[in-house]
Structures are given as structure tokens and as C-alpha cells.
Write a new protein. Structure first.
Length: 311
């Protein structure tokens, strides 16, 4: 009888103890996922800040905030384990591991952008809609990325593939034959969404900041070429407008509007030419000669941020 009691106690002791050498918490598993996106640059060149959020499925089938898994600067991104590119025109893959308790999750990977709403997130309550990108008042100078995937945190879970996409659009405008009498050109884009939520929904309406090009031409016989390059949010209410304000040296102004359809991960290339009589004061005609909509990864122009990426 004493031997039986001793055996039972030993059995209970072994069940109640976990492996002291295991680095993982009992009831949780390590999930590995691979991240990549289409680009002519490598991963850390295009993305200088990477933030990863996990939302867990509750008993009602909703995904609610679980925790922030990581916030990595460019140096930390470079130190991530690499894997082969998933396909042509894709960056190399970057691997990340996270420990999650057993359950179903929706992971969100954010590149370059600091989403708002994070300070008020409540574990088990907040949903993906509660986190969002906001169009900056001083303009957008690099592309924001977003990727998501659903994963079940099981012991034999395979590597999860997450493809990131740009949630912004980009507009490049080239104006030829700008006459001597033009002193400056101002450009802005009207009617964009102001918020992009993690669940893909949009809200609010805003406008881009005004970009100003000051002419340096001092000869009536010389015509200039000017370039504008803008990152934007997608169009609100299915349409946006590009506003060009031409100001002559005598102060006269003339405004031209160009309708645009801004879509995420798309690059718009516009070319315009000004037809004017030499010496005329803002009496020219402007026409959009070429209008191309390209998938961003296929652009011929180099993909570079308008300002240095965040570190």
C-alpha cells in the first residue's frame, strides 16, 4: 500500500512540473511567419519601421486585441533571419517568431507608419478598426505598408506567409514648356480619405498639403520643366482632384483641375504641356498628355522615399 501511494505521488509530481529547460510558457506555442512585398529595393531599404499586432478570436468569433508583438527599427529589421524571395519582383523574406497562447489569431504587420489608437487599446475589447493610419498634416513622405494573416497557434503550425501591400498611392506629375511669365506653380490634391483602418475600411476626408515650385527662369525665350511627386491616401467618394495654381509674375492666377482616381499600391504618372504665346500672361492652355496607372512594383522610376525613412 505504501508503495502504491509513493507511485501516485511521484506521478502527480511529474504531471504538475514543467520542463525547467523549456523557454516557452505552458499552454502556448511559437508561431513563425515570413514577410515580403513587391519592390525593386530590398526589405530594409523600403521599410524603416515595422510594427506587429496580434488580435485573438474570442468566444463570439470576433478578433480582439491580444498584444503588440514587436516594434522594430531599420537596424533590427536587418538583423531578422532572411529567407528566399517568394517570387519575381519580391523582396527577400524576413522571418519573425512570436509566442502565442493556443487559439486563432489575426496578425497585422505595419510598415513605416505609426498607427493611431494604440494608446487606448484594451486587451480583449479593442478591434482592428480601432487602429488606423492618419494622413499627416505636414504631408506624407514615404509609403505605408500593411499585411495581415490568420493563424492558429498550434504546436505543429507551419511558417505563415504574410505579404505586405502599400496602403498609399503615389502621383508623379511632369510639366513641360512652363513659360517665362509664370512665377510659381502650386499643386495639391483634394478629396482623399483621412484614415485607413487596419481592417481595410476608410473614414474621413482630407486634402494634401500644398506643394510649391518657384520658377528660376529669367529669360523670356526659355521654357522650364517642373516635377511634382506626392504620396497620397486613396480617393474619398471614388474620386479626387489635382489642383494646379499658376501664378504669373504680375500676380495673376489661373487654376486648373485634373480628376484622379487614387488607389492603394498604385502609381499615377501624369505628363502635361503648356501651350502659350511668348509673353502672354496666364493665357495658356494646359492639357494632360499622358495618363498611366501602374502597379507600383512595375514602375520605371526609382522607388525612393521623399524624406529619409524612420529609424
Amino acid at each position: 500500500m505504501r508503495q502504491l501511494v509513493f507511485i501516485l505521488l511521484c506521478g502527480i509530481g511529474m504531471i504538475g512540473c514543467s520542463d525547467p529547460l523549456s523557454p516557452y510558457t505552458a499552454g502556448s506555442n511559437v508561431v513563425r511567419f515570413s514577410m515580403a512585398f513587391q519592390s525593386i529595393n530590398d526589405f530594409p531599404t523600403s521599410i524603416g519601421l515595422l510594427t506587429i499586432y496580434a488580435f485573438k478570436e474570442n468566444e463570439k468569433g470576433k478578433y480582439v486585441f491580444y498584444r503588440k508583438l514587436a516594434e522594430l527599427n531599420r537596424d533590427a529589421i536587418r538583423q531578422l533571419e532572411t529567407a528566399p524571395s517568394p517570387g519575381e519582383n519580391y523582396t527577400e523574406s524576413r522571418l519573425f517568431s512570436a509566442e502565442l497562447t493556443v487559439g486563432n489569431y489575426r496578425l497585422y504587420v505595419i510598415g513605416n507608419g505609426q498607427v493611431e489608437g494604440g494608446k487606448s487599446l484594451q486587451v480583449g475589447v479593442s478591434e482592428p478598426f480601432d487602429l488606423y493610419f492618419t494622413y499627416p498634416e505636414d504631408g506624407l513622405y514615404w509609403a505605408y505598408f500593411l499585411g495581415e494573416a490568420e493563424v492558429n497557434a498550434e504546436s505543429d503550425n507551419p511558417v505563415v506567409q504574410i505579404e505586405l501591400h502599400r496602403v498609399v498611392s503615389r502621383v508623379f506629375l511632369k510639366l513641360y514648356s512652363v513659360p517665362y511669365q509664370i512665377d510659381m506653380v502650386r499643386m495639391s490634391i483634394k478629396n482623399m480619405v483621412s484614415r485607413i483602418h487596419l481592417n481595410g475600411r476608410y473614414s474621413g476626408i482630407t486634402h494634401s498639403r500644398q506643394e510649391v515650385f518657384k520658377m528660376k527662369n529669367e529669360s523670356v525665350y526659355v521654357q522650364d520643366t517642373i516635377l511634382f511627386d506626392l504620396y497620397t491616401f486613396p480617393s474619398a467618394q471614388d474620386s479626387s482632384r489635382l489642383e494646379l495654381i499658376f501664378q504669373a509674375k504680375n500676380g495673376q492666377e489661373r487654376t486648373k483641375w485634373i480628376p484622379l482616381q487614387l488607389e492603394p499600391d498604385r502609381y499615377l504618372y501624369l505628363t502635361g504641356e503648356i501651350n502659350s504665346a511668348c509673353g502672354a500672361l496666364v493665357s495658356f492652355e494646359f492639357s494632360c498628355v499622358y495618363f498611366f496607372v501602374w502597379d507600383w512594383p512595375n514602375i520605371v522610376l526609382p522607388e525612393f522615399p521623399l524624406k529619409p525613412l524612420p529609424r
